[in-house]
Design a protein around this ligand. Structure first.
Ligand SMILES: C[S@@+](CC[C@H](N)C(=O)[O-])C[C@H]1O[C@@H](n2cnc3c(N)ncnc32)[C@H](O)[C@@H]1O
Length: 303
């Protein structure tokens, strides 16, 4: 088990399943069990890396995410802290305007899988920034990928970022924005770190449809207090649009979200929840906004 840094989660947590913050002390036992199950699954996988065999359904989905399918199944499983971050990044990329050489902040990057993927696939330079996972661990992974000059690991809190205003051409957040981005004031803090006319793109779990005042009964076994930051796409659009800080270019739910959750939870304790849900409520939300050019003399995004 790895030690993690500056967290609200149990030190023994090593799962790809999100920790339930409110249940942390006893969740640790669960996490250890999940970790053990995962390890066994990895060891029994088809040794041929990247092959789309059924045992790799949680990380290899070539029909939907062909770029991600080229990566090593075991590497992806070890680096993920939720649904495969390469899939989520590949989907986000489809709605973003990322070009080689751009400076990208990967906020809440976890084990930096999305950062490595972005640098390798699209030639961008990435600042891989996370709170729970330390820079030492991510630097090791970055070096193993041979991306020492493209990806920089930073241990920092999304609420006190150590960067200059306007430094980034784009910001992404994969399965992390729900931990800090529901704060009404957060976008006003984050947006100035992007050069005017740059994009902020996030992908996160959320609802495929409104739940009203009541959590659907079948979701209860999956639910923790930290899940209350799940919202549908239209909620997120409104959350950003009303600030006037960005033009919202995309707010949608992954059409294949039901299958994504089924693949992610396959063989796990919560598989029955996603099977019952069938993508009706458990969604994967994408939100992309472009910062408004404020000052005609401000630096333009990198060409
Ligand atoms: C579910 S994990 C996802 C990690 C990674 N993006 C992935 O998809 O595998 C959520 C991540 O959000 C990060 N996070 C939560 N709150 C944060 C904060 N205040 N500042 C920076 N990162 C934060 C955690 O450190 C954690 O790595």
């Amino acid at each position: 088990m790895r030690e993690t840094v500056g967290t609200t989660q149990p030190a023994t947590w090593n799962g790809r399943h999100r920790p339930r913050v409110s249940e942390a002390p006893w969740r640790a036992l669960d996490a250890a069990r999940i970790g053990a199950r995962r390890y066994t699954a990895v060891m029994t996988d088809d040794a041929e890396h990247g092959s789309p065999v059924s045992g790799n359904r949680d990380v290899i989905w070539p029909e939907r995410f062909p770029r991600s399918a080229k990566y090593d199944a075991r590497w992806m499983r070890d680096a993920a802290m939720g649904p495969n971050p390469l899939w989520l990044t590949e989907w986000l990329y489809e709605a973003m305007d990322l070009r080689p050489g751009m400076r990208v902040l990967d906020l809440g990057c976890g084990r930096a899988a999305s950062s490595i993927f972005l640098a390798k696939e699209f030639g961008v330079r990435v600042w891989a920034t996370d709170l729970w996972i330390g820079a030492d661990e991510n630097w090791t992974r970055i070096c193993e990928a041979g991306l020492q000059h493209e990806v920089t690991p930073i241990h920092a809190n999304a609420r006190s970022l150590p960067y200059a205003k306007g430094f980034f051409d784009a910001i992404i957040a994969i399965d992390s924005y729900i931990y800090f981005g529901t704060d009404d004031l957060y976008l006003a803090y984050l947006a100035p770190f992007v050069a005017p006319g740059g994009q902020i793109g996030v992908v996160m779990p959320g609802f495929a449809q409104d739940i009203g005042d009541h959590l659907p009964e079948h979701l209860r076994p999956f639910w923790g207090q930290d899940c209350w930051s799940w919202h549908p796409a239209h909620w997120w659009r409104h959350h950003w649009a009303r600030t006037g800080l960005v033009d919202v270019e995309r707010s949608d739910n992954l059409p294949e979200a039901g299958e994504l959750w089924q693949r992610t939870e396959e063989g796990g304790d919560e598989a029955h929840v996603v099977a019952a849900d069938k993508g009706r409520y458990m969604g994967m939300i994408r939100l992309v906004g472009r910062t408004r050019p404020a000052d005609p003399d401000a630096r333009e995004i990198s060409r």
